[in-house]
Design a protein around this ligand. Structure first.
Ligand code: FES
Ligand code: FE
Length: 455
């Protein structure tokens, strides 16, 4: 990949839906992804509900960069680069907690939870006081860009990043289904974290648009009767949509009005009333008039959602659950999966308990869907490392005719973006087109900053 011509060829193949197999396990590609995707894009860090009180924090990463995502005493959320200004020790080594200050374990410098340096042992003796090291106004480096949408906290390492809302684009239309079912929004439980020997892009692509794998990979989940109807085979009646920075899949619902259809997937009336007030006419029409219910989705680069409604007891009643998941790259052949259970804050307690049960049966480290999926992804990744994988272009052209026209016309519906009914790899191509756009454009590296010189 040192030869730029190689990269040019890879990106050209990707853009015509023919994917060089080695991109799923390639050191050089991974190095470029780190620099040109993860150092540039808005990346999900946390949800505000994980840090509700002053001093609450979680420690999260964007690849190798660790951030303390913390709420300060005034309620503001910060993402502080978790590296001491002195000799670079990780200031906070716990995964989550509540603290007014963070004290570096190495030499004891301490920082307030808004990042300000407030304690420096032997300041006068060691530095001659402010003459050698001006302590005031020094702070842990903040993430270059930080913003939230529906309580989802995103950061970008690029100080020139476009505003978050612009980056997300029309995908916010769909984000509301997962994260805004009432004015209070969601609360999270988790994350469960575990590592899989698979490339991070595979999960992102799968959740963005792979309705085609469901009937085959997840046959056993359907066979044991987890769903009310043999839903996997009905996948092709749903549509996939792409809007802004993300896309997802849907199920086609049986006839009925909006309320009946929300009841069909298991929502109680008390929640439905709030959804009807919270969602726009177009958001309501996707379900009530067009008859589609959102299922899995991904936002570029590595945040995904899932919404499903299995049976949780002996009866035919179903219960919906929502999960957020992040495909955190560790290396070209390894990904840390973070999986959260999400539920509307205002949902009845009984609903929350049953929805959590539904989530745990399907997703999370022990979830049945998760086990099925990962087996495929690990196998694909290990094979992608070999010599022959460099000679194979994977076909990701489902839904396209030879002249690049879609097999079916775009769906006319109430949703944002472009949608197609049936099986197709429209979204996987859209995701990898974003990937290619990023990979071919170098990122400006901001100059380094230092603090505390006496002047
Ligand atoms: Fe943190 Fe020295 S490295 S106090
Ligand atoms: Fe799956």
């Amino acid at each position: 990949m040192d030869d730029p011509a190689d990269l040019t060829t890879v990106l050209a193949d990707v853009r015509r839906g023919m994917i060089p197999a080695h991109v799923y396990n390639d050191e050089e590609i991974f190095r470029l992804e780190a620099q040109r995707i993860f150092a540039r894009s808005w990346v999900f860090l946390a949800h505000e509900s994980e840090i509700p009180a002053p001093g609450d924090y979680v420690v999260r990463r964007i690849l190798d960069d660790s951030f303390i995502v913390v709420r300060d005493e005034h309620g503001a959320v910060h993402a502080l680069f978790n590296m001491c200004l002195h000799r670079g020790m990780q200031v906070c080594r716990a995964e989550l907690g509540n603290a007014s200050h963070f004290r570096c374990p190495y030499h004891g410098w301490s920082y307030r939870n808004d990042g300000r340096l407030v304690g420096l042992p032997f300041h006068r003796e060691a530095y001659g006081g402010d003459a050698g090291f001006r302590r005031s106004d020094q702070r842990l480096l903040p993430a270059p860009a930080l913003d939230t949408y529906n309580g989802l906290v995103f950061a970008s390492l690029d100080p020139d990043a476009p505003p978050l809302r612009e980056f997300l684009g029309d995908f916010v239309f769909y984000l509301d289904y997962y994260t805004r079912q009432s004015p209070s929004g969601i609360e999270l439980r988790g994350p469960q974290r575990w590592r899989i020997k698979a490339n991070w892009k595979i999960g992102a692509e799968n959740f963005a648009g792979d309705m085609y794998h469901t009937p085959h990979t997840h046959t056993s989940v359907v066979e044991i009767g987890l769903f009310r109807e043999p839903k996997a085979e009905k996948r092709k009646d749903g549509c996939t949509y792409w809007a802004g920075s993300g896309g997802g899949t849907t199920y086609k619902l049986p006839p009925g009005d909006l309320r009946e259809r929300l009841r069909y997937v298991g929502y109680p009336d008390v929640m439905i009333d709030k959804m009807l007030r919270e969602w726009s006419p177009a958001q309501r029409a996707v379900i009530g008039e067009d008859g589609f219910m959102v299922s899995a989705a991904s936002v570029f680069p590595n945040l995904s959602f899932v919404h499903n409604w299995p049976k949780v007891g002996e009866s035919d009643d179903v219960l919906p659950f929502i999960s957020l998941r992040q495909w955190q790259p560790v290396g070209p052949d390894e990904t840390e999966v973070l999986s959260w259970f999400a539920v509307d804050k205002e949902a009845p307690e009984e609903f929350k308990a049953l929805s959590y049960k539904a989530y745990l049966m399907c997703f999370g480290s022990s979830g049945m869907f998760e086990q099925d999926d990962v087996e495929n992804w690990v196998s694909l990744t290990s094979t992608a490392a070999g010599t022959m994988a460099r000679r194979l272009l994977l076909n990701s052209r489902m839904g396209l005719l030879a002249d690049d026209e879609p097999v079916v016309a775009p769906l006319e519906w109430s949703g944002a973006g472009t949608a197609y009914v049936g099986y197709g790899e429209y979204n996987q191509r859209a995701l990898l087109a974003r990937w290619a756009d990023c990979l071919e454009t170098p990122v400006r590296t901001p100059s380094a900053v230092g603090f505390g010189t006496g002047s």
